[in-house]
Design a binder for this molecule. Structure first.
Ligand code: FDP
Ligand code: ZN
Length: 332
């Protein structure tokens, strides 16, 4: 039996091990709060009162504060960026790492007692000794030194990559530790299962419509096989399912909200999940480019996402190439 602490000791540098340990400690507190649910007064909107008449904070705000407080106290952490906060938070100037996180992905699932999770990405800090700024965070996903997620489902788990494959851990409530259950998570190159919110169909670009039409046509269409749909509406749960049993996940470019290329965030969701998926043998694109090759322009940048089984990701990209689609959704 290998604990997370033992795994990190033999697989990670000291600063990375320490940062992952800090994240794991915070995840345990978040998972305890989630388990208490309505009894912890964490359901509903921030600004409401809970059953004791105390001002109520939404759990995504509590999770954000927990992670932010823990990471900024870690001497290796030079700065933190959260999906919940407008500005980055500089931490310790002598740190060598930057951390971005989505404290509670899928937070609309909390009130219905469904899966949510914490996604994180660790980047190198190149200006040790100076105060970190947003510009320091704007590194391509290929620069990540670690990434993963804590998923709070029927059990709490951690998927972690340090750039040499993906390890999966399960939280043991008895010992309050994460235990390694698979040190080489791999996903199949082909699949017959896809995840997309098809209610957005009319807002998609032509290649995405053509792709999904092909899957829906099943063995009567170009793909010559039947496909099945799954959509949890929490990226973390959809990606976790793909790591466990394969599949492809998409939140593509759509024209629903003018000026927004996609729904998901590059620095908090797309990059860390792409790192995990690629390290497990899958692929990830925005339809045009490998996501981890994209140079970020803004900390809260949104991006179209297609990730999972290599065969499907290549098929989607080929349809975009054929249509001459550019990264911003325009035609070449
Ligand atoms: P949420 O808004 O609940 O945080 O992060 C965005 C996200 O969830 C993803 O986790 C999820 O895949 C997607 O939004 C679901 O979006 P739809 O409601 O449009 O299906
Ligand atoms: Zn999210």
């Amino acid at each position: 039996m290998t604990t997370l602490a033992q795994y990190l000791e033999s697989h990670a540098t000291k600063p990375i091990a320490s940062t992952i340990t800090t994240l794991a400690t915070a995840s345990v507190s978040i998972s305890h709060l989630l388990a208490k649910g309505a009894l912890a007064g964490i359901h509903g909107e921030a600004g409401n009162e809970n059953i004791q008449g105390e001002a109520q904070k939404k759990l995504d705000v509590i999770s954000n504060d927990l992670l932010l407080g823990a990471l900024t106290a870690n001497p290796h952490c030079a700065g933190v960026a959260s999906e919940e906060l407008d500005e980055i938070s500089p931490a310790n100037r002598d740190g060598t790492l930057l951390v971005t996180f989505d404290p509670l992905d899928g937070s609309s699932n909390i009130d219905i007692n469904m899966t949510v999770g914490t996604i994180f990405s660790v980047l190198p800090y190149h200006r040790t000794g100076d105060t970190a700024t947003e510009a320091d965070f704007l590194q391509a996903g290929s620069q990540q030194v670690a990434a993963g997620y804590f998923i709070y489902g029927t059990s709490t788990m951690l998927a972690l990559t340090l750039g040499k494959g993906v390890a999966m851990f399960s939280f043991d409530p008895n010992t309050q530790t994460y235990i390694l259950i698979n040190d080489n998570v791999t996903i199949s190159e082909s699949t017959a299962e896809y995840a997309i919110n098809a209610s957005n169909y009319r807002y998609w670009l032509a290649p995405m419509k053509e792709y999904i039409d092909g899957l829906v046509a099943g063995d009567t269409g170009v793909r010559n096989k039947d496909y099945n749909t799954r959509w949890v509406a929490a990226m973390i749960a959809d990606v976790h399912r793909i790591l466990i049993r394969g599949g492809v996940f998409m939140y593509p470019f759509d024209t629903k909200i003018a000026g927004k290329a996609g729904k998901l965030r590059l620095m908090y969701e797309a990059n860390p999940m792409s790192f995990v998926i690629e390290q497990a043998g899958g692929a990830s694109t925005d339809g045009v480019k490998r996501i981890m090759d994209i140079a970020p322009t803004h900390i809260h940048q949104r991006i179209p996402v297609v990730l999972g089984a290599k065969e499907e990701v290549a098929f989607v990209k080929a349809l975009h190439d054929k249509a001459g689609i550019l990264a911003n959704g325009d035609k070449a």
